[in-house]
Design a protein around this ligand. Structure first.
Ligand code: AMP
Ligand code: GLY
Length: 423
């Protein structure tokens, strides 16, 4: 049997990680990326088509007789890319637009959780600025204020300052007509990625992102500055509760839809001191940078895993994981997450670690190749250095060995990735 021709949609570090996972799969014979990035150009054919033109994406998949489309980011899913592909009978890893609303609307996700009795923070919708002072009475600080739009992590503030809370509420009500106020959840965050379809689900090793820009979680939120897996906060007893209280009810719910959810459901969790999990958010895709540390731990054929979910046959396969740890450390451009300075040359990104069971390599995100063949920065998160080893310490040492050798003027990275697991 000839292998699959797979199209990966997206252009970040997550999509590079997906493409590497597919390149290592026996079931895959060719990989195409749309638009891809400098990293994917070494292992796949990149196609320079805009993600906003969904019909062009479908046309390319038809032209290339693609066996599987893997959608990386959330926006094309919310916009209906999976629906359009399925209309043409092209298997797609990623939910239809209805399923994608679990990420597209935080209010919708909250309502689903409330209907199903899934643990999550209490919330209220606020439409009138005249009621702001009531909120300070009914919710304890810090106040969690969210816009109900896809804002790439920028539509949430968590603050104990009343003036900051007032100003966010006022400006977001002016923009959107309402904001969501959420109970603040205390504890440690973890990400659990679940690959699922109507036939079953596979829970990938839990990971932990580092969302703030500075060491020990100082400074503003970012898209994610590093991650590691497996995250020890998700013990087997925590995982049993996550399955029983969150995954099982969501799976039962999803099985009843006209068109079932086929893809990844990302559980953004808060685990409290007693080990009780609550949902902070759902995402409808693999996390970035969580994918970079999760995919390398999958032992089974990654292409078969994604294809089985896309075809509603996940219960037919066995998926096994490596008994290893992984870590990734993000190198960000000067100024990130504020105004960033781009188009600077990057030196030393292609060094690797290969010492027995310890390996290390680079996932490319916001970087492109210029006319002279030089890698240059083109985004806030430029790349991340990933280590895989029998211990977390070994994985981190590979990540840091590579990143310390990379030259990019003005760039910065966190030097404390994994600190919660190591302490
Ligand atoms: P979200 O986009 O909903 O994931 O929120 C971004 C980040 O804000 C989360 O990763 C948390 O660090 C923080 N956050 C959001 N909601 C809450 C909450 N209810 N309690 C505590 N922290 C939260
Ligand atoms: N790492 C956070 C996210 O993918 O949303």
């Amino acid at each position: 049997m000839s292998g699959m021709d797979v199209l990966v949609v997206g252009s970040g570090g997550r999509e590079h990680a997906i493409a590497i996972g597919l390149a290592q799969s026996k079931s895959v014979s060719s990989i195409h990326c749309l638009p891809g990035n400098a990293g994917t150009s070494f292992i796949a054919k990149n196609h320079d088509i805009s993600l906003s033109n969904l019909d062009a994406v479908v046309n390319l998949a038809e032209e290339l007789e693609i066996s599987l489309v893997v959608v990386g980011p959330e926006v094309p899913l919310v916009d209906g890319l999976a629906d359009k592909l399925r209309d043409k009978s092209i298997p797609c890893f990623g939910p239809n637009s209805e399923g994608a609303m679990l990420e597209g609307s935080k209010l919708h996700a909250k309502q689903v959780m409330s209907d199903l009795g899934i643990p999550t923070g209490r919330f209220e919708v606020l439409e009138r600025t005249s009621r702001i002072e009531d909120i300070f009475e009914s919710f304890k600080p810090p106040w969690v204020i969210k816009r109900d739009v896809l804002a790439g992590g920028k539509g949430v503030i968590v603050t104990s300052s009343k003036p900051d809370a007032r100003s966010a509420i006022k400006s977001w009500i002016a923009l959107d007509g309402f904001v969501i106020i959420e109970e603040h959840l205390a504890g440690e965050e973890a990400s659990v990625l679940v690959i699922l379809d109507e036939s079953g689900y596979v829970v990938l090793p839990a990971s932990q992102d580092h969302k703030r820009v500075g060491n020990y979680d100082a400074g503003p939120n970012t898209g994610g500055m590093g991650a590691y897996a497996p995250a020890p906060i998700v013990t087997s007893s925590v995982l049993s509760r996550v399955k029983e209280q969150i995954i099982e009810p969501m799976h039962n719910h999803i099985m009843k839809w006209d068109f079932p959810y086929r893809g990844c459901l990302y559980l953004g969790l808060m685990i409290d001191e007693e080990g009780s999990p609550s949902v902070v958010e759902f995402n409808v895709r693999l996390g970035d940078p969580e994918a970079q540390v999760t995919i390398p731990l999958i032992d089974s054929d990654f292409g078969i895993l994604l294809r089985s979910a896309a075809e509603g046959r996940i219960s037919e396969i066995d998926v096994t994981f490596k008994k290893m740890y992984s870590s990734t450390v993000v190198l960000a451009s000067e100024g990130y997450p504020g105004e960033t300075i781009l188009n600077r040359p990057i030196i030393g990104w292609d060094s690797r670690v290969d010492e027995g069971q310890i390996s290390g390599f680079t996932h490319i995100a916001g970087a492109s190749i210029d006319k002279e063949g030089q890698l240059i920065s083109s985004g806030g998160r430029v790349l991340s250095t990933t280590g895989v080893a029998p211990t977390l310490e070994g994985a981190l040492s590979a990540s840091y060995q590579i990143i310390e050798g990379i030259e990019l003027q003005g760039s910065h990275y966190r030097s404390d990735i994994g600190f919660r697991a190591l302490s």
